[in-house]
Design a protein around this ligand. Structure first.
Ligand code: TMP
Length: 237
């Protein structure tokens, strides 16, 4: 496919393809937390996140969310539309957890009375600080219209995923999205996986996401496996 590596991130590598409008995403087993300070490997994570993300992009596409995903190529690789990534990370929260629980002084697990949408400046050097629409405009990271579209999609994605996951006995606590521009259109990009979402078992409250790695809770791979299994009935072992 005439692949040239163009970017290596913490969890994925990006390659060009023969088509200038399309890129290949390779999912690694590498895991980092706290802006790269904690490093490790989650066995089979690349495969699991590729398959889980494929599932979620398909689901969202069927429900009217435009995204970059074209198709899965093999266990660790997917083909996507090339995006000019907006340097904004959009986080949607239903239940207080992680950095929000800390910031507002709520215990983790307390239901938020309304969905909370947050924007972060995608900038590793600064540790991805929380920003608002004024900062985004001042930094020229996105237009008002693009901010509005990201917010609208983020809330719609929350409804689609929350509904779907409920039937799989998974509570969607919070998640992070990235968007980019392709031929003038805002598309959902990046990945949707236990790296970028918090999933708790609705009956036991068990964490089935990257917090198992961040907090040294053990059974990290099993948690990712469990998410894939509940979504698709598939295993990678
Ligand atoms: P937070 O509570 O640490 O701010 O995380 C909120 C959500 O965003 C959580 O589902 C995990 C996800 N997330 C990422 O995808 N990448 C990151 O670098 C961080 C910090 C969080």
């Amino acid at each position: 496919m005439n692949q040239e590596p163009i970017y290596e991130g913490k969890a994925k590598k990006i390659f060009t393809t023969q088509n200038p409008d399309e890129l290949l995403v390779y999912f690694k087993d590498d895991a980092t937390a706290f802006n790269g300070v904690k490093k490790g490997t989650i066995v089979n994570k690349g495969m699991l996140n590729n398959k889980i993300s494929t599932f979620f992009f398909d689901l969202l596409g069927k429900n009217g969310i435009p995204h970059h995903f074209i198709r899965m190529l093999n266990d660790r690789e997917m083909l996507v539309k090339k995006l000019d990534i907006l340097m904004v990370e959009v986080v949607v929260r239903n239940i207080a957890a992680g950095s929000l629980a800390k910031r507002i002084g709520w215990e983790e697990g307390r239901k938020l009375p309304c969905t909370v949408v947050e924007m972060y400046y995608k900038n590793d050097e600064l540790g991805d600080p929380l920003i608002n629409a004024y900062h985004i405009k001042a930094l020229n990271l996105a237009t008002d219209e693009q901010i509005r579209i990201m917010e609208t999609y983020a809330l719609k994605i929350n409804d689609i995923l929350t509904d779907y996951l409920k039937n799989k006995k998974l509570a969607l606590i919070d998640f992070k999205l990235e968007f980019g521009i392709h031929k003038g259109e805002v598309l959902l990009g990046d990945e949707i996986s236990p790296d970028t979402c918090r999933f708790w078992d609705t009956e036991t409250g068990e964490k089935l996401d990257k917090d198992r790695f961040r907090r040294d809770l053990g059974d990290v791979e099993d948690a990712y496996e469990e998410v894939l299994f509940r979504l698709t009935g598939e295993t990678v072992k």
